[in-house]
Design a protein around this ligand. Structure first.
Ligand code: HEC
Ligand code: HEC
Ligand code: HEC
Length: 163
């Protein structure tokens, strides 16, 4: 037989419920904070349920790494490149954030708040491949231009009539 709850027990239960609700809400807000400056992903859907991903994404990438690097299973769906291609998009001025920019880089946005450190982007690209390729071409062009200044300076010296 169940005893009816005493007034005190009811009060305790409601307090616990309120506390759980407040804590739950604050953690949701904490996770939403990162979205303020992060440009939206370009795709419609994540490769897994976003709610699940929010908590478990590191299992997805780490498992996929082990599948690829240790077990030799190569698939696209969970590749880190895929995450970056979709999640790292241009901001309003057309710039792509680096991982070091925790305000705008999707992956860094929460890690900074949550004090998570990862070394993944010391080897892996933190921006989509086409962006890196474009940046590299630009720096080669800049280097060429810098050289051409030297070329014309040399020409200037060579073509200056000697006294
Ligand atoms: C084709 C595009 C696409 C790909 C690929 C993709 N995602 Fe997502 N992801 C999304 C979208 C869309 C959402 C939902 C975003 C929202 O609700 O603001 C999302 C949500 C998330 C979230 C939750 C974000 C939040 O604000 O709570 C995480 C974490 C995440 N993705 C990680 C990953 C990881 C890790 C990978 C690679 C294994 C990946 N995603 C691949 C599109 C993608
Ligand atoms: C010292 C360099 C280095 C670091 C640091 C590193 N990786 Fe990798 N990673 C590699 C190399 C090399 C491969 C193999 C690439 C291949 O065979 O395509 C790889 C493959 C992967 C793959 C499978 C291929 C793909 O594109 O999905 C994933 C996933 C991955 N790494 C995730 C991570 C994550 C997550 C971290 C951080 C926790 C990390 N890696 C840190 C070098 C590194
Ligand atoms: C919604 C916030 C959020 C986003 C967005 C996010 N992370 Fe995380 N990440 C976390 C939190 C919180 C942890 C710590 C998880 C834990 O230990 O339970 C974590 C942990 C990780 C870890 C494991 C670190 C370790 O201790 O070994 C990896 C790897 C990782 N994230 C990669 C990524 C990558 C790659 C992206 C972008 C594609 C990303 N994360 C985006 C919040 C986020």
């Amino acid at each position: 037989m169940r005893r009816p709850l005493s007034k005190l027990a009811v009060l305790k239960h409601s307090l616990t419920l309120i506390l759980v609700l407040i804590l739950g809400m604050s953690s949701v807000y904490a996770f939403d904070e990162h979205a303020i400056n992060v440009p939206a992903p370009k795709g419609e859907e994540c490769v897994e349920d976003p709610e699940w991903m929010r908590v478990n994404h590191f299992k997805t990438v780490l498992n996929h790494r082990d599948d690829t690097v240790i077990r030799g299973i190569r698939t696209e769906k969970h590749s880190l490149k895929n995450c970056i291609d979709c999640h790292i998009t241009a901001n309003e001025s057309g710039d792509y954030a680096r991982y070091s920019n925790s305000e705008e880089h999707f992956c860094a946005s929460c890690h900074t708040t949550a004090a998570v450190t990862i070394d993944c982007f010391s080897c892996h690209a933190d921006r989509p491949e086409h962006v890196i390729r474009a940046a590299r071409q630009q720096s080669q062009l800049d280097a060429l231009k810098a050289n051409s200044v030297h070329v014309s300076a040399t020409e200037l010296i060579l073509n200056t009539p000697q006294p």
